[in-house]
Design a protein around this ligand. Structure first.
Ligand code: FE2
Length: 210
């Protein structure tokens, strides 16, 4: 799910880094969500979710907290996704595990050095958890806080609101596998350059590109 005026991203996630129970081998977004290229297929039965909306349904998007719970719970059921995982030396690999009208779930793998660059999520709320390995997340903490760098080790999750902008990267020595959920499903993603004056929107991509 990873546009040129300067922006002031909401760099305050709804929830902070959050340690999941157990160790890091339970099993998180992209550009596909947080990925760049890869195979995108839908298998709606893979991840949990509410029933399809009825005609005229105007439900609000799922909250970041709900999305966090979704990815953490899915991470604890590796039998539902581990067999899909692939690694790509070219770019992050990703696959959409599930999609309905109010949310979607993505599986992403990251080799050392692979990253998203700064990006938003087109107004979607989101969450991701690291199932295997470890990632690093960069975001702007506001006018007085500057650049924030967080370790996101296996077993932890991040959740964020619709204005969130971040850069996620694998700076570790081994691969990482993550699970991501977005609500509503990603409709676009803008990319940004971090410059002296802040983030500058540089491009945008849509679902046809992932
Ligand atoms: Fe992202």
């Amino acid at each position: 799910m990873s546009l040129s005026p300067s922006i002031s991203p909401d760099a305050r996630p709804i929830t902070d880094t959050d340690t999941a129970p157990g160790t890091g081998t339970a099993p998180a977004l992209g550009t596909a969500p947080d990925a760049g290229t890869g195979t995108v297929t839908a298998s709606p039965a893979t991840a949990p979710g509410p029933p399809p909306p009825s005609a005229g349904d105007t439900r609000a998007p799922l909250t970041p907290g709900t999305l966090r719970t979704l990815v953490r719970d899915l991470a604890e059921r590796p039998e539902e996704w581990i067999h899909h995982v692939r690694l790509s030396t070219e770019e992050r690999w990703y696959r959409r595990l599930a999609a309905d009208e109010d949310h979607e779930v993505w599986l992403i793998s990251w080799l050392p050095g692979q990253s998203t660059g700064f990006h938003d999520h087109g107004g979607s709320r989101g969450a991701f958890t690291v199932a295997l390995g470890e990632l690093e997340e960069l975001s702007l903490g506001g006018p007085d806080q500057g650049l924030l760098i967080r370790r996101v080790p296996a077993g932890t999750a991040r959740a964020f609101g619709p204005e969130y902008v971040h850069d996620v990267r694998n700076t570790a020595v081994g691969p990482a596998v993550t699970l991501h959920a977005y609500s509503p499903p990603l409709s676009s993603m803008a990319h940004y350059d971090l410059r002296a004056g802040g983030l500058v929107r540089t491009s945008e991509e849509g679902p046809e590109q992932w």
